[in-house]
Design a protein around this ligand. Structure first.
Ligand code: ZN
Length: 303
């Protein structure tokens, strides 16, 4: 059997930090393209820009040279039904998020809401989404299970997922966590102090050691999440409770971030630190690969 040699077998996906993953080519001279070898997928190397240009790109890889395609999903029910919420977010929470995220030159923003066909989460939209932000609360049960499964599958393939506030009970988040995601709460409108406990993390870049949001809804422990891969923020509330407010998990090839603040009756998404954290999180959650789930038979690498 001929041995594969040379750079024409290879493709790379470049991360923002300059790292590139070598992956199996779609058109390999020695093996069918439908049988990538995972051993090669795991190989990591650094390349210069010119080397990357020579190597070319592969459809398994996220388009890292272009803008980050962000889709903001909002349930968009409170704003239409509760004047108190409409006063804070007249165009919807998704619009408020889109406004400040849209100011980032490296982001390309679109929005989707629950009452759109397929909740706006069509296969085509998800295929064109690098990072999905999710806000939901009163209508979690109205999200179709098949759509929740579709979203989770995209995360496993590489898409980033950011769950905000009451999205702790969103179907896609619960599916990705595999736990209850329950917590205790109190909607009295009280001071929240957020502590940055992992200041070196990219999501905490430019965020002070602590900052306050007043008023906010209280969320308290125990929070029914699996042990986070990284705990970045902890909240303290004036009523005495504490809460793991910012945490990350890797789920297959995708990155997940949960961020607590954002009750619908308070203007939390106008807070500059909250905005910075969500913006940082989008860049951190950017995909490095697009590898839909499969379990192919692997060819031997050695005779
Ligand atoms: Zn709330």
């Amino acid at each position: 059997m001929p041995r594969r040699v040379g750079a024409d077998r290879r493709a790379v996906r470049l991360r923002a930090d300059g790292h590139a993953c070598m992956v199996a080519p779609r058109h390999c001279s020695a093996r069918p393209a439908s049988r990538p070898t995972f051993r090669r997928q795991r190989r990591i190397a650094q390349f210069t820009g010119s080397e990357i240009a020579l190597l070319g790109f592969d459809s398994q890889l996220a388009p890292m040279s272009t803008k980050i395609r962000v889709t903001i999903w909002n349930e968009y029910r409170h704003e239409k039904e509760n004047p108190k919420v409409a006063a804070v977010y007249p165009a919807g929470i998704h619009a408020a998020l889109a406004e400040f995220l849209g100011a980032a030159e490296d982001f390309e923003i679109r929005t989707a809401t629950l009452d759109e066909p397929e909740h706006g989460m069509t296969e085509a939209v998800l295929a064109e989404t690098d990072v999905l932000i999710w806000w939901g609360h009163k209508a979690h049960q109205d999200v179709d299970d098949a759509i929740a499964a579709r979203v989770a599958a995209r995360v496993h393939a590489g898409m980033g997922f950011i769950a905000l506030h009451s999205a702790h009970y969103a179907k896609p988040f619960k599916r990705l966590m595999g736990t209850t995601c329950s917590l205790c709460w109190r909607d009295d409108g009280e001071k929240e102090r957020i502590w940055t406990v992992r200041p070196a993390h990219p999501i905490a870049a430019g965020v002070p050691a602590h900052f306050e949001i007043d008023p906010e809804e209280m969320y308290g422990e125990p929070f029914g999440i699996p042990e986070p891969d990284e705990l970045i923020f902890i909240s303290w509330f004036a009523g005495g409770e504490v809460f793991r407010s910012g945490a990350t998990w890797q789920r297959s090839h995708g990155r997940v971030f949960y961020f607590r603040p954002g009750h619908e009756t308070f203007p939390t998404y106008s807070d500059p630190n909250v905005r910075r954290i969500i913006t940082n999180a989008v860049r951190w959650a950017r995909p490095t690969v697009n590898l839909p789930d499969s379990a192919p038979r692997a060819e031997r690498l050695e005779d």
